[in-house]
Every structure is written in C-alpha cells, then in structure tokens.
Design a protein around this ligand. Structure first.
Ligand code: 13P
Length: 255
C-alpha cells in the first residue's frame, strides 16, 4: 500500500510572518493520529525556517521548491540540498513547469538536481506534464515519457526509493481547468508502466504518483478515488488553511 501524500506548493507567496500564520492555522486544523495522507508544506526559501519551527513535533513535513546541484561554492543566488537539510526539509520539488518555463530548466538540469538531492538524503518530488498543444497533438505520453526518462537518467533503482512523481499538466496549472480523474489516471498508469519497464514492477508499485493542476476541495475527492492517484501537489488552494485542510481531510472519510 502506498501512503498518499499531499504537498502544498506555496510558490512565490507569503512573507515570513504570513507563512508562519498559515502554517499555524494548518497545524491547528490538522487532526493528528488519523490515517491521514502525508502532508508537506513547501513555502519559499525565506520562510522555510519559520514554517519548520511551527510544524516541528507534528506529523507535517517541510519541503523546498528548488535546489541547486552543487553542495557549495561560487554559485550566486543558489541554495544547496545540504542547506535545505539543515533547515529541516525532507522534500524538494524539482522540475516544476514554472522553472522549466521561466528559468529554462531542461531535463538534463533536472537530472543533475535530482541526483544531488537524493545523494544529500532528501526526497525529490519530480514534476512532469504536457502543454495543451502537446495533448491535442496526442503527444502526452511521448512528452511525459521523455521528461521521466531524462530526469532519472543514470539513477539506480535503490536510489529512487524516496522518489515522488507529480503529474502536472501545464494547461491545468493555475487555470481552474483540472484534468478529469480519467485523464489523470491514464497518465499516472503510463508513468507507472514506464517505471516498471525502466526498473521493475516492485519499484513502480511502491512509487507515489500525485496529481497537480487546479486541485481544490471540490474536485480532489474524485481525483483521489482513482487507484493510480496517490495524492496531490496543490498550488492556489494550499494558500489558505481552510481549503488546504479540506483537501487533506478528504482522505480519512474514505473518499
Ligand atoms: P494550482 O493548484 O494553483 O493550479 O498549481 C498547481 C501547481 O503548480 C502545484 O505545483
């Protein structure tokens, strides 16, 4: 059985004080001890320590939104995996479509970052997903397949034990358009099959594949009911405690 995981990607939102308050509200509303999904908060770098302080001692985990592949040195503006570890991070989002788009991150760059993050002992959340035009041309599997292969190139099965893959169709991010549970389920099945081909069935069955793109309390239940969907990577709806908690709380109720 795969433990579901729900991560809130706060993107470039919330100054430190706002981040602390949001984390406090989430902690207050979080019902510990229930068979909840694993919950991860991914604030901006400047709020990691503050949010880490609020969630320390709870079951909620801390994640970053990016990391560089070198461990230290003359790389102005970058943050190393080890630096993230020292402020309490367990997860790192890598290859988000916004980083691919605005910072030209290629699969090769994502691959270097995944290796560095895994070797530092952090768990990568690898984001993949197609553009609308690519879906319309019937190229979704080709695009997602290339992203997965590129990102994992040279990594062995034992190195991928903590990997999480987030399928985030670009046309669904921040647009209010969600992939239907069936559309998402199909791509998740494709990714699981690819991991089975590249590695083996054991790894593919253990791999958590989560969905991202306009996840809200209103649509999350149907998405999470898909056997291939192991949770969500939530953007906008994670910026308010109430909507984020509603999404988390869909799990213990069974749907
Ligand atoms: P939205 O939930 O705002 O569409 O963002 C999704 C996302 O990009 C999460 O990483």
């Amino acid at each position: 059985m795969r433990q579901p995981i729900i991560a809130g990607n706060w993107k470039m939102n919330k100054i430190k004080q706002e981040a602390r308050e949001l984390a406090q509200s989430i902690v207050r509303g979080f019902i510990a001890g229930l068979p909840l999904p694993e919950v991860v908060l991914c604030p901006p770098f400047t709020a990691l320590e503050a949010v880490g302080g609020v969630i320390s001692g709870t079951e909620i985990e801390l994640g970053a939104q990016n990391a560089f592949w070198e461990s230290q040195g003359a790389y102005t503006g970058e943050i190393s995996p080890n630096m993230l570890l020292t402020v309490g991070c367990k997860y790192v989002i890598l290859g988000h479509s916004e980083r691919r788009k605005y910072f030209s991150e290629s699969d090769q760059v994502v691959n270097k970052k995944i290796k560095a993050v895994i070797h530092a002992g952090l768990c990568p959340i690898l984001c993949v997903g197609e553009r609308l035009g690519e879906r319309e041309e019937g190229r979704t599997e080709a695009v997602v397949g290339e992203q997965v292969r590129g990102a994992l190139d040279g990594l062995s099965q034992s190195e991928l034990k903590t990997l999480v893959i987030a399928y985030e169709p670009i046309w669904a991010i921040g647009t209010g358009k969600t992939a239907t549970p069936q559309q998402a389920g199909e791509v998740h099945s494709f990714i699981r099959g690819l991991i089975s081909d590249l590695y083996d069935e054991e790894l593919s069955e253990k791999l958590r594949i989560i969905y991202g793109g306009s996840v809200k309390a209103e649509n999350a239940g149907d998405l999470f009911n898909q056997p291939q969907i192991d949770g969500g990577l939530v953007g906008g709806a994670s910026l308010q405690a109430e909507s984020f908690l509603k999404i988390i709380n869909l799990y213990p109720m069974g749907d």
